[in-house]
Design a protein around this ligand. Structure first.
Ligand code: UTP
Length: 295
């Protein structure tokens, strides 16, 4: 069965990015000129997704406004003859069919996914987290879907991370099946470095099957008092095979200040419109900084 639906859980509080996230969602932080979530929707659409459900919460209205038609703005752009901007703004509202559901309390990622049960029905579906921005030739989700279509099961995106960072992630123990594909044997959410079974971290892309819902429904809160998706997948593992895809591409953790900064610099260096100006600026600043102890 083709995967046509995707769930975007965006109800988290974004505490790593305070105070910027006090009054606006982290998914709306702009990477140059587009909010983070726009890049992730583009990835989903490029991978063949036709319907997206945002699991939202308090203070997330700007995400709905962003993907809606903006009548006043469009009328203004039309009157001023700003055709390029008008079509750019209009295209955002036409990218994909979007639905919304509220997660009334931020009880964890697993709970957010459970809120998508009615939307998903009996089909396999994708989950994309809005703060992982993945720069890849073939969209990361499309790489996961290749694995799903081959093995018909749950697929997690995996990335090798330095061991000193592993405790920030869900971590897997897994057997390598081929270059990029693993069969997952065990998983731990945010393990201590010395207890981590590997350096393979689960990052924010998943292909799930509806058999995750009854498990989520009966799950007790785990690490951090939250209903953890990792715990649910671990339970699923005792019944069904779960696969990992070590995707090709560069991931930026934009929910973290330093990761966001790196993503901004990386994208700016690749943007033709800056025509080398940004590169020259960086070079100059780095030279100045080398000679300035306050830098
Ligand atoms: P994170 O663990 O990154 O949490 O959630 P967060 O609240 O967004 O950010 P920090 O860590 O406090 O800075 C992973 C994903 O799950 C969603 C978040 O929006 C994010 O996309 N999420 C998390 C929910 O939708 N609901 C929740 O209850 C928790």
């Amino acid at each position: 069965m083709q995967v046509k639906k995707a769930v975007f859980p965006v109800a988290g509080l974004g505490t790593r990015f305070l105070p910027a996230t006090k009054a606006s969602p982290k998914e709306m932080l702009p990477l140059i000129d587009k909010p983070l979530v726009h890049y992730v929707v583009e990835e989903a659409v490029a991978a063949g997704i036709e319907q997206i459900l945002f699991v939202t919460g308090r203070g997330k209205r700007s995400i709905e406004d962003y993907f809606d038609i903006a009548f006043e703005l469009e009328a203004l752009l039309y009157d001023k003859g700003k055709d390029a901007e008008l079509s750019q703004v209009r295209e955002i509202a036409e990218m994909v069919k979007i639905f919304y559901v509220r997660q009334q309390q931020a009880l964890g990622l697993g709970h957010a996914i459970l809120c998508a049960r009615e939307f998903v029905g009996e089909e396999p579906f994708a989950v994309l987290l809005g703060d992982d921005i993945i720069d890849a030739k073939r969209p990361c989700l499309a790489q996961l879907l290749d694995v799903h279509y081959k093995y018909q099961g749950t697929v997690l995106a995996l990335e090798q991370v330095p061991m000193e960072n592993i405790s920030a992630y869900g971590c897997v123990k897994a057997n390598r099946i081929s270059d990029q594909i693993f069969e997952v044997i065990d998983m731990v959410e945010k393990p201590k470095r010395e207890e981590a079974p590997s350096d393979l971290a689960i990052i924010g892309r998943y292909v799930l099957t509806p058999d995750i819902f009854p498990i989520l429904e009966s799950l007790e809160p785990g690490k951090g008092g939250e209903i953890q998706l990792t715990d649910a997948i671990l339970t699923l593992l005792s019944e069904k095979a779960v696969y990992g895809c070590q995707f090709e591409g560069i991931r930026h953790d934009c929910g973290d200040k330093f990761g966001f900064l790196k993503a901004t610099v990386d994208m700016a260096l690749k943007r033709n419109e800056f025509n080398g100006r940004f590169r020259s600026f960086l070079r100059q600043r780095l030279e100045e900084c080398d000679n300035d102890s306050n830098c």
